[in-house]
Design a protein around this ligand. Sequence first.
Ligand code: GLV
Ligand code: MG
Length: 302
Amino acid sequence: MRSRRSVLAVPGSNPRFLEKAQTLPVDAVFLDLEDSVAPLAKDEARANVVTALREGDWTGKTRVVRVNDLSTQWTYRDVIEVVEGAGDRLDCLMLPKVQDSTEVVWLDTLLTQIEKAKGYEVGRIGIEAQIESARGLVNVDTIAGCSRRLETLVFGPADFMASINMRTLVVGEQPPGYTEGDAYHYILMRLLMAARTHDLQVIDGPYLQIKDLDGFTRVARRSAALGFDGKWVLHPSQVDAANAVFSPSQEDYDHAELILDAYEYHTTVERRGAAMLGDEMIDEASRKMALVVAAKGRAAGL
Ligand code: GLV
Ligand code: MG
């Protein structure tokens, strides 16, 4: 499973950002052909992205390209040019504004054809599906289960808020006037359930107030606490916060390893399913919870 604590958005039309992105300590990058690229710059962005994948040094990072959504005239050419040009240097394609499973199946089929034609390993390139509309969320269970290439669901808060007519202009924050609870709780949980049902990762989207690091951290902590695997970052200043928030604390990690060791000892040596670890009762379910924290901690190098 790839680590995706921090997922950097990089406009494909900006060669300077494509260079800079290679130097940042993010787990994943997505080179964008969609909403951060102006309609008149789409052709140029495709060429830049292919060059950046072929010639850049992306060591240690998951390499993703976000193509345009299927309501546009650009998607097929995005896929063909990027995958024919640099498919061997690419880990996943991100499909935005996914409304139903037929869109993902379309991309899966096209990828298979290109992989066969180019002699690439069939099925290696993964898919990330952005859920950013009411329709996408209503269909998220079938979307999440429709292709073996799917690796993650990604929340797109900006488009989503527009799609449901949420009355706010600040992406990621509570809508003004909504004082009871969290306006995103249902959406985030819905995505999380669909993702975990199909063993996918689930990634929170962008926080657009890039100068407000406290705001970014607060919002990131919310999705991390629920179980999300990572969040988009739009600026170098957000990277360390994302990596930290989506890694367990050293204390939690150490505790998880302790639970695993203690449980192993009690079940094998003492043949007991439930046992005490200090003041805490642990059993098989504790082991499963500890495994989640331990896996994330090991991946983060704790
Ligand atoms: C991202 O694509 C968003 O719409 O928030
Ligand atoms: Mg969007």
